[in-house]
Unconditional design. Structure first.
Length: 303
């Protein structure tokens, strides 16, 4: 059944399992689904004042997630949770959507539990359950509110002796490194600019000026974590990053898995959502002469 669920909806269900484990529950319930949706798609709950909400969801803190991830064994969906998954798939199909999204999941939970819907609406939830007909249902109108944006990023740094070569948040063994006020991580910097561009929030120079001594020698991962926070404050979620690093040497391919891990961790996303590529400049120009490294990136965000 889950092959019809998009990646975000699958993550919501995975988080629901961790919520159930955190509570030492024997079953996964629709409330656990809500906890998972809140963790993975917080924008769907914008407007909800959780402090005043009578609906209490499991808080999936990093510590809870770590502990729950270490628990093995199967958990079963309770009857209501099972029905929700089936209905979500049916609603998505009727609506002509190829995949079940978190919006469909949420819509189904609210459609089948009037009490819960009322409590969440009272707490400020802006979307409501779908009506009987798939077309024009409120669930679809919630889906219609989805907003996507993309941005591009570019960076270049000189390669010099007696500097570390930091790319994608990790150190690459090489006889030269990048010159820069911070750590000179072209890939991290280009990703920052792509994300800030997608969110219409300026560029890396605006937020982390090289005239400020506070950013001297700072890791590109610090910038990424900060940019992630800026985006989260505006309810943006990072969906995908594609990047190409242009350099003559050394070969980057063997380091990509570690780079994707480091970048994904800083950005709060899965490594699978980050694609990295490397190119040489065919010996041409300053990059071809091994005097510089550049990176181009594109980021897709949504809310
Ligand atoms: Mg830079």
């Amino acid at each position: 059944m889950f092959e019809r669920f998009n990646a975000e909806a699958q993550r919501c269900i995975f988080m629901a399992r961790l919520a159930a484990l955190t509570e030492k529950s024997k079953n996964i319930t629709t409330l656990h689904f809500l906890s998972g949706i809140r963790k993975e798609s917080p924008a769907l709950f914008r407007g909800v004042n959780w402090a005043k909400s009578p609906v209490k969801l499991t808080y999936l803190s990093p510590d809870n997630l770590r502990k729950a991830s270490q628990v093995t064994g199967d958990l079963l969906l309770d009857a209501k949770a099972k029905r929700t998954l089936v209905s979500a798939a049916e609603i998505a199909k009727k609506a002509g959507s190829g995949h079940v999204t978190p919006v469909h999941l949420l819509a189904c939970i609210l459609a089948t539990d009037a009490k819960l819907r009322k409590a969440l609406t009272k707490a400020g939830l802006e979307i409501e359950a779908p009506g009987k007909s798939a077309r024009g249902s409120r669930g679809e109108s919630a889906a219609g509110k989805s907003e996507f944006s993309s941005g591009i990023g570019y960076d270049l740094h000189r390669l010099v002796e007696k500097r570390k070569l930091m790319i994608g948040g990790i150190e690459i063994p090489f006889e030269k490194g990048t010159l820069g006020h911070s750590d000179g991580d072209v890939l991290a910097h280009a990703i920052c600019d792509a994300l800030l561009g997608a969110a219409s929030m300026g560029d890396i120079g605006t937020h982390f000026p090289d005239s400020d001594p506070k950013w001297r020698g700072v890791s590109g991962l610090v910038f990424l974590r900060q940019v992630r926070q800026y985006l989260e404050r505006k309810n943006w979620k990072i969906h995908h990053i594609d990047a190409v690093v242009i350099l003559e040497r050394p070969k980057l391919g063997p380091h990509f898995p570690e780079m994707r891990e480091a970048l994904a961790k800083a950005l709060g996303m899965a490594p699978e959502q980050i694609n990295l590529k490397a190119k040489t400049n065919e010996g041409l120009g300053e990059i071809g002469r091994g005097e510089a490294i550049a990176a181009h990136t594109i980021a897709t965000i949504g809310r």
